[in-house]
Design a protein around this ligand. Structure first.
Ligand code: ARG
Length: 277
């Protein structure tokens, strides 16, 4: 297993953290939650068909604002809108399949969905199982704590209980043993949704949550008594994943994405959901 150490630049007295690499395989657990379509809201259906018809099915985990989240029965957000714009460009119908994050890559590999778009970080390990398009956004892992927490820096996290979303880069980094700049499996509690990890923090089940910066901001804004540590971050690239054996779709989606980046559509969508600081 290849290990890529990511050294983190420090803001204040910050230290290095997380060694990044793909320690975990996300290809098990073929679970299916609900299937939502941005058009036919709330209509429960079985796994959408991907082959043979003209529908582009995007697998995601829709508890990750502002990239994907529910507004009523609809899944909205940056990924949902870029995905729809790609489908429009390709003259295809568009459907979103909301499943566990950890199951996305397996669903892409098995053809249950055409593309995975979930604020998904490109990692060397994931690249062994799926192909990625060009990147359309960046993310960083941050630490959420409660106001008044005694965790003020990454160093203070040693020995604490960290909440993460299963199979995410936050999970992967934190689960490394301390010798490898992680905190060890015993200090990581995994949740199916990032929002569940935040609920666990609010109810005192975990001491902090490691998650991507934009969802972190959204969760902190939506819940009183939480804050994000001012600390160093890893920078990650988000991209769309597509099955290794579907080079044709990769080419089409990547080209459409490139055009949407070039003509400013992607930035417009991002600006709609993320206000400039
Ligand atoms: N960027 C992180 C990763 O790729 C977390 C993504 C979680 N996405 C989601 N839709 N729940 O591992």
């Amino acid at each position: 297993m290849k290990k890529t150490a990511i050294l983190l630049a420090a803001l204040l007295l910050m230290t290095t953290l997380f060694a990044a690499c793909g320690g975990k395989d996300t290809s098990s657990a073929a679970s299916t939650a609900s299937t939502a379509s941005s058009e036919a809201a709330g209509e429960p259906s079985a796994q959408p068909e991907t082959s043979g018809d003209n529908t582009l099915v995007m697998a995601t985990n829709a508890f990750f604002p502002p990239y994907e989240y529910y507004e009523g029965d609809d899944i909205v957000g940056i990924d949902a809108e870029i995905g729809k714009a790609i489908a429009d460009k390709l003259g295809m119908d568009f459907e979103i399949s909301d499943i566990e994050f950890e199951a996305i890559i397996a669903n892409i590999q098995s053809g249950k969905a055409d593309m995975g778009m979930a604020g998904m970080t490109v990692t060397e390990d994931r690249k062994k199982n799926v192909n990625f398009t060009r990147s359309y956004a960046t993310g960083v892992q941050v630490v959420i704590v409660t106001e008044g927490s005694d965790i003020a820096s990454i160093d203070d996290m040693q020995g604490k209980m960290i909440g993460v979303q299963t199979g995410t880069t936050g999970d992967i980094y934190c689960s490394y043993p301390p010798e490898e700049d992680g905190f060890g499996e015993d200090h990581v509690t995994r949740y199916n949704k990032g929002s569940d990890a935040v609920m666990a923090l609010l109810s005192g089940k975990v001491d902090c949550v490691v998650i991507d910066n934009e969802p972190a901001k959204a969760f902190v804004a939506a819940n009183e008594g939480l804050k994000i540590l001012e600390t160093a971050y890893t920078e990650e690239e988000y991209a769309i994943c597509i099955a290794k054996d579907n080079e044709e779709l990769l080419e089409k989606v990547d080209t459409a994405l490139g055009e949407l980046i070039d003509d400013g559509t992607v930035q417009k969508i991002i600006d709609k959901y993320i206000s400039a600081e």
